[in-house]
Design a protein around this ligand. Structure first.
Ligand code: A2P
Length: 333
């Protein structure tokens, strides 16, 4: 497969390179694109130096385009790239279009069938939530879901990580903390504001979790409420989840389900201080799930905590897994 990465110098772009390498993706050629600012930068891949090119306004010479350079760029160019390549788009630009599959390979690989050269990669918070929620839903049928998130700076890209590091240094030096990427200083703070506020008082990030969960799980009636919060961690999104199920559930039965769920690592031994955390989930392909307990509020209710590397399962890994599905589909033809 000839692959192109658009946004190769960004936080997700860098992870795409490392995931292609770690998973030994069958590549015949890899082209890297970013803005004109990055033209001629060199990036190491499989022991070689690759040159970053300024993104042209034309179709790209690739079988698969992995796009991670923001929604407005995708909106403008993905239809052009899709003339010659299958585009896996990491932005939210096309996720809600009915003829664009929105895929988490462990959950709905069948939705890829009949794609029109454009496939959407889900929002990071959604992908990480569903890795735990979907297997539990299959076993016990989720009816109502309440999620509170603890989202790291890298969700806002490389500039978010840099702003957190710089802000931490400024805070510790007793200087005013500057901010541009985030609505407020993030160092030593938490910010309950990710993406734009909607008329209903939720943010777009919070609504994405509802819209995308319904589409990926193929459950248009699923009820879900999310509060999305930015916290001063560098990477990994953590989420506290409460679910009311239709069928009786127990923490033991849920643990049994999660122990064999693909892409999930059960980290649930509170007595040994083992539970999901950003530091332990960083760099991992699997999403950590733990703190499973019976809800004190809902009948058939369960509370749990997840932590997943949103640059990986929430972005680059999921995109490469979709590309692997395409490789398999091509091999079958
Ligand atoms: P560049 O590094 O040249 O600005 P992040 O999400 O970490 O901020 O990364 C965004 C990615 O999208 C970067 O690789 C960035 O390249 C790229 N990008 C931003 N604007 C454009 C553009 N107009 N054309 C091509 N790539 C772009």
């Amino acid at each position: 497969m000839k692959v192109a990465i658009v946004g190769a110098t960004g936080a997700v772009g860098q992870e795409l390179l490392s995931v292609l390498e770690r998973r030994n993706f069958p590549l015949t050629e890899l082209r890297l694109y970013a803005s004109a600012r990055s033209a001629d930068k060199r990036v190491r891949f499989r022991g070689q130096e690759l040159r970053v090119e300024a993104l042209p306004k034309t179709p790209l010479p690739a079988d698969i385009v992995l796009a991670s350079a923001g929604g407005s760029l995708s909106k403008q160019y993905a239809p052009i790239w899709a003339q010659q390549s299958v585009v896996i788009d990491n932005s939210s630009a096309f996720r809600y279009e009915p003829d664009v599959p929105l895929i988490v390979p462990e959950i709905n690989p069948h939705a890829l069938r009949g794609h029109k050269n454009l496939i959407a990669n889900p929002n990071c918070t959604t992908a990480i939530l569903l890795m735990a929620l979907y297997p539990l839903h299959k076993a016990f049928r989720a009816r109502r879901v309440i999620v509170s998130t603890y989202q790291s700076a890298s969700g806002a890209g490389a500039s978010g990580m840099e702003e957190l590091l710089q802000g931490t240094r400024q805070f510790l030096a007793g200087h005013p903390v500057e901010h541009k990427t985030f609505a407020h200083p993030l160092a030593f703070n938490v910010i309950p504001h990710i993406d734009a506020f909607q008329d209903n008082g939720y943010t777009k990030e919070e609504m994405k979790v509802l819209w995308e969960s319904r589409k990926i799980m193929e459950e248009p009636q699923l009820q879900l409420s999310c509060t999305a919060v930015r916290v001063p961690t560098l990477r990994v999104h953590a989420e506290a989840v409460t679910v009311e199920f239709e069928h009786p559930v127990s923490p033991e039965a849920a643990r049994e389900v999660l122990a064999t769920a693909p892409g999930v690592e059960l980290v649930d031994d509170p007595g040994q201080k083992r539970y999901p955390m950003p530091l332990s989930a960083t760099g991992k392909f699997n999403v950590e799930v733990g703190r499973l307990r019976q809800s004190l509020v809902f009948d058939n209710g369960l509370d749990f905590f997840v932590a997943g590397d949103q640059l990986l399962k929430g972005a680059a890994l999921n995109a490469v897994q979709i590309a692997e599905l395409l490789v398999r589909e091509t091999a079958r033809r």
